[in-house]
Structures are given as C-alpha cells and as structure tokens.
Design a protein around this ligand. Sequence first.
Ligand SMILES: [Mg+2]
Length: 180
Amino acid sequence: MSGKKTIFFDRDGTLIIDMNYLNDPEKIFYLEGVFEALGRLRDAGFQFVMVTNQAGIAKGLVSPANLEEIHRRMIAEFGRHGIQFAGIYFAPQPSDSDHPMRKPNPGMLLAGARDHGADLARSWMIGDRMSDIEAGRRAGCRTILLDGTDVPSQSAFPPPTFVARDVLHMAEFILANDRE
Ligand SMILES: [Mg+2]
C-alpha cells in the first residue's frame, strides 16, 4: 500500500459558487479562501481530484462544450495559483439515476483512485451535500461537509467525519488529522 493521499472535491458549492446548473464559463466564482486552502494541502503532499454530478447535461441545461470550457478555465485558474488537479470526473446522468458514477454512488472516486493511484484510507472527500459525503464513505475515505447547504441530522445518510465552517477550516482539519 503505497498509494497517494488524495482529496476528492465536489465542484459546485465546494470549489466555486453553486450557480444551479452553471452553463456560462463567464460565471465561475471561486469560494473565498479556496486557493490558499488547496495550496496548503498541496504543500502537505495531497493530490487533488474533482468529482462533480452534472445532471444539467441530461436535462439539456448544460452543454458538453460549455462544461469542457468551464473545466478548462478552472484548470487554468488553479494552475495560476500553482494548484493542479490529477483528474476531473463528471457524472452526466439525470438526478433520479442510481448510476454507479453518480454521487452518492462512489464510481467517480473509485475511477479516480484507480487512474491516479490513490490510497483511499488516507484520502478525503469534501463537499457541500450529504450525497458527496456518502460517496466518500462508500469509497472508504474520510469526509468533510462544508457547512451551509445540507444538514447531517436531516439526512438519511450517516454523518461526515467533520463539518467545516469554510474551506480554510476544512484544510486545517485535514492537516491536523493526516495519517502518515
Ligand atoms: Mg455541491
């Protein structure tokens, strides 16, 4: 077991503001503190993988070309801050789909772990919804919910490892609980 410690990030509401079926590459707004938070985690030796449900594709509200452009711009902006993503995965299935790649199923995380050599027991899933947390749990990761969207006590899924106030609080918790 010498896989890489990996942080899987949800996209909307976790790295950028959730615009509800974002389809316009001009409307990417980064969460406050996100570059600083990911920079600290990068310096601690984590690799990053983004895993995003994009049911807007199935609904016809998000075009595949725009989704690609949004991710190209995000890669460029994170890159300007010295932050790389080992992989980006999206699940285009509709909201009512139980497809293995759509969160809360862990398919995107398992694909990311396989493609990029993750050690899931040393890895984390970060998101703003309990479906993110459940996907991380099913993949065998520890999990952090960003406070403000979903409330764990109101979810059918088991609670996250931790609830963070914001992305910097998330990074502090991971750095304090990293398993070497
Ligand atoms: Mg989200």
